[in-house]
Design a protein around this ligand. Structure first.
Ligand code: DHE
Length: 496
């Protein structure tokens, strides 16, 4: 039994030790981190350090980054300045939520807007290559992108991007410009012909993705934080307006994803915390919002080729919803057993009818669904759950990876599925033991480019008919790659 005064003394000692332990992390943050990451942790030249933005960075990795720095970036290592415990305390600090929800409204967006090029640059490429058969390859290992000649498979230029790009970059309708979004909310417009970043703006603190309107005039950004859609002028990324995302009762919501639906003249956005899908007419004055009530929250969605139907998935559900965008009603439910990482869905003609297919992040199956009846045609078994599936009008095959759960038996495989028989006809292991992911085809569909998603990774180029490797280019954790022609023509075999 401890005497009362001693117990009080010990409790006070523990409290003051805790206070002492908390103090250095904040002090160290102010001294070493704030100049790049912002005194408020909302980011500056370095990324925002908030739990919402660091979801993809595992804590041991955060410790390592603070200790050793990040190669090919401004981030220095602090192992020679700080003790291990101090580094750990800093790593813990950046995973603490902020006491007050940060504000990122019109004023902050306008202040962040930067025009790198004031005068129009020439409208012809400064290099010789088919401008429609170029690829943008995002290399997340050191936050760069490579512009690749899709005929010679030779890099034309490699340039730095913002930290942690996510989602597909979007092209202007003529393919000259590409728009990138980072998880931190930075949107960058890059002039492919002149190899220059022309404008940048920070549209949010934690951004989901961007869409470029079919007429090339506007860019819409969907945010997790704050709860908003941000409409930008595609010319210079200046702000048109901020649209707060809330339902009719005022309950606000994160934005799950936003895409353009050119045949409808609209952007379509799904909300994550309220059961609504929004359609925003981009060619009408004031960009009116049409609200469509849905039965479940939507984490992401995808369209059929006509853009009449929206096929949405919810993280908690085993079923996807099909919404008829004309009538604004649900017309069917589809079986999606293990939640797709949408944007992964592709379509083709099978036995005279349109089908869609997608891997599932949690289950080792590819779901193939008849888009007339919305019934499952087949669940094709794979070695592991996959993220991405790709094909092309000129190939009878669809390629899908198996790295979603990082299982050693499937993370290095690329399955090739016959689009007629719906059977896996070949399983490639480009580099045994190394992650194989995300395929994209050349403009003519003759070659398939696969990422080896590792720091000492590569882009492996295959003949899409014989499955023989024809070239290998070293790259730093290449994630997605995007072919200008396939994207701007909205090929049925790729994400739009
Ligand atoms: Fe993605 C696209 C959502 C995790 C790499 N991802 C998308 C899109 C959405 C999405 C909504 C379509 C946006 C677009 O292209 O405009 N992703 C999600 C998630 O909800 C999820 C599961 C959790 C999260 O972190 O947000 C998730 N995604 C990942 C990853 O872990 C991946 C593999 C690595 C990374 O970079 O974070 C990853 N997502 C990608 C890539 C695309 C993508 C490479 C573009 C694919 C394309 O070909 O268009």
């Amino acid at each position: 039994m401890i005497a009362k005064p001693l117990a009080v003394f010990l409790a006070t000692l523990v409290l003051s030790l805790n206070a002492y332990a908390a103090q250095p992390a904040e002090k160290n943050y102010a001294e070493h981190c704030a100049s790049c990451h912002g005194a408020d942790r909302l980011g500056g030249s370095g990324p925002a350090l908030l739990p919402e933005n660091l979801e993809r960075l595992r804590r041991p990795e955060a410790f390592k980054t603070i200790a050793e720095g990040r190669p090919a970036s401004q981030m220095a290592g602090f192992a020679d300045k700080l003790a291990k415990e101090e580094i750990q305390a800093l790593a813990d600090l950046v995973y603490q939520p902020l006491p007050k929800t940060p504000v990122w409204g019109a004023d902050e967006i306008i202040t962040s807007h930067t025009l790198h090029e004031f005068n129009p640059l020439p409208n012809r490429p400064v290099f010789t290559a088919d401008p429609l058969n170029l690829f943008i390859v995002v290399e997340t290992g050191d936050h760069h992108a490579t512009l690749l000649d899709g005929d010679k498979f030779e890099p034309i230029h490699r340039f730095q991007t913002r930290y942690a790009l996510h989602g597909g970059p979007k092209f202007s309708p003529d393919g000259r410009f590409v728009y990138f979004a980072s998880r931190d909310g930075w949107v960058s417009k890059y002039d492919i012909y002149n190899l220059k970043t022309v404008a940048e703006v920070r549209a949010g603190i934690n951004t989901r993705n961007v869409a470029v309107s079919g007429d090339g005039k506007t860019v819409l950004v969907g945010n997790y934080l704050p709860h908003s859609l941000v409409l930008l002028n595609a010319e210079d990324l200046s702000l048109i307006k901020v649209i707060p995302t809330a339902d009719a009762s005022g309950k606000s919501s994160r934005v799950s994803a936003v895409y353009q639906a050119e045949p409808r003249g609209s952007f379509v956005a799904a909300l994550k915390d309220v059961k609504e899908v929004w359609e925003i007419a981009y060619a009408k004055a004031d960009f009116p919002v049409r609200r469509i009530a849905v039965e479940n929250y939507l984490d992401d969605f995808f369209f059929d080729q006509s853009y009449r139907h929206l096929i949405g998935a919810a993280r908690d559900g085993k079923k996807g919803q099909v919404i008829d965008l004309d009538s604004g009603t649900k017309v069917a439910e589809i079986e999606l057993p293990g939640m797709p990482h949408l944007g992964s869905g592709i379509t083709w003609e099978w036995q005279g009818k349109p089908v869609m297919a997608t891997p599932n992040i949690k289950d080792a199956v590819v779901s193939v669904i008849d888009m007339n009846t919305w019934k499952t045609v087949k669940q094709i078994k794979t070695l592991g759950p996959g993220f991405f599936m790709r094909s092309h009008e000129n190939t009878p095959y669809a390629w899908t990876d198996g790295f979603a759960t990082m299982s050693p038996q499937s993370r290095d495989v690329m399955h090739i599925i016959d689009k007629n028989t719906l059977e896996v006809v070949q399983t490639l292991r480009p580099i045994p033991g190394k992650i194989a992911a995300h395929t994209e085809f050349t403009r003519d569909g003759k070659y398939a480019l696969v990422s080896i998603w590792e720091k000492d990774g590569a882009l492996v180029i295959y003949d899409a008919a014989t499955f023989k490797e024809i070239k290998r280019l070293p790259m730093n954790k290449p994630s997605g790659k995007y072919n200008v022609f396939n994207k701007i023509t909205r090929s049925a075999g790729t994400s739009h």
